[in-house]
Ligand binder design. Sequence first.
Ligand code: TYD
Ligand code: MG
Length: 464
Amino acid sequence: MAKIKSKWVCQVCEYETASYLGKCPECESWSSFKEELIQAKSSLKNSNMIDNYDSYFAPRLLKDVNVDTEVYFSTCYSEFDRVLGKGIVENSLILLGGDPGIGKSTILLQVCGQLSSQGIKTLYVSAEESPKQIKLRAERIGISSENLFVFAQTNLNFIIDEARKLEPKVIIIDSIQAIYDPELSSAPGSISQIRECSNRLLNLAKYGSASIFLIGHVTKEGAIAGPKVLEHIVDTVLYLEGDAYKSYRILRTVKNRYGSTNEIGVFNMIDKGLVEVCNPSELFLSQRSEANAPGSVVISTMEGTRALLVEVQALVGPTSYAAPRRVATGLEYNRLQQILAVLEKRVGLSLSKYDVYASIVGGLTINEPSADLGTALSVVSSVRNIIIDKNTVVVGEIGLTGEVRAISGVEARVNEAVKQGFKKILIPEANLTDDLKNKNIEIVGVNRLIEAISKSILIPQEAK
Ligand code: TYD
Ligand code: MG
């Protein structure tokens, strides 16, 4: 009997060896090798490329390619459409990743439900749950439709056969790690299975009638599990993020062939599924105390094309350690250190005997330098126990000489501040242009950090 040959494949970088290794010499991951059987060449000829050969493959002049028909269709959720560009692009392959239990299955089942109730045929393939479980969830979120098909199956051949027979416009694969191609001997979820399955599904999407959503599990580090090529194969990569202790969820694009990246959509998880939050600034500012409080400043951050208002808080108090503590939550730690250094040197604020805690309220993470000025003012406000007017928004990047540098997207930020009813906005002087005239808000340009402090203080408060 012929000996069955196997190889060991690193599940992180696809490095191959003949025997087990504890540490991958290529990507230096530990315990990442799995045994896979070596396939005979003939059984690897799948990928459906050859049997699908038709006129789509023939070279055509670009000017003859027909784009008369509408290629986008709406998911019926404006927050979801915004993240995708204008909506779902026909024949596209979209990957949705996220932590377990964050709501990936729920959001896509809701999209299927909405599309189906508009007469669009959809197929939800569940490799992890039974049709009964899906029905229970659908009842909970109030979906009942004539056009929504569910299929509990893990074998990719059956999935593709049924999809060809049904010809749905949208297919959901929940999840790509749980389905398998029977012609490969490795286990579902292994790197070769994921690559092969996603390639065959790519074919189904491009040369069939459907757009396909793949749900992907994430690794401990937060990346989508599977080969790196998976993110290259698909047209769009989305992540559904959120805090396990908070009910809102953020849908984020990290790759999009048909729209801009870094767009976000905000949803709220309630007992009837996910509902859209069309005014996220209101959500992030909803728990702000009515009274003016020292250490609190409202800043504006850009997420794609949209400006969001969030609160930054600082707490500065005498330290009981030899080296004072600096804690940044939702802000970049090194950026906070730099702001504190500038405050010491350029404003003369001595912080070496104080602990500094700075945090973005609501669980958002901000990497933008435009949060610098607001962060600095919140620190000043806390250490001096003075108040920055709660009706003021502050934006600007701080340079090492204490200058306030220009930022992008100022008009969108000003408009959002007006929309949310703020009275005043501090922006870098260099950003003051004619476009900002006639806005229903007081716009104050600042050149230096020290100037920003004097222009935003409301009332000195008695030290408590
Ligand atoms: P699910 O979509 O199964 O997550 P994923 O597919 O990403 O693993 O979502 C499960 C979580 O969502 C679960 O913790 C309960 C919560 N949930 C609600 O709060 N309300 C609802 O209506 C539904 C359907 C789920
Ligand atoms: Mg799920």
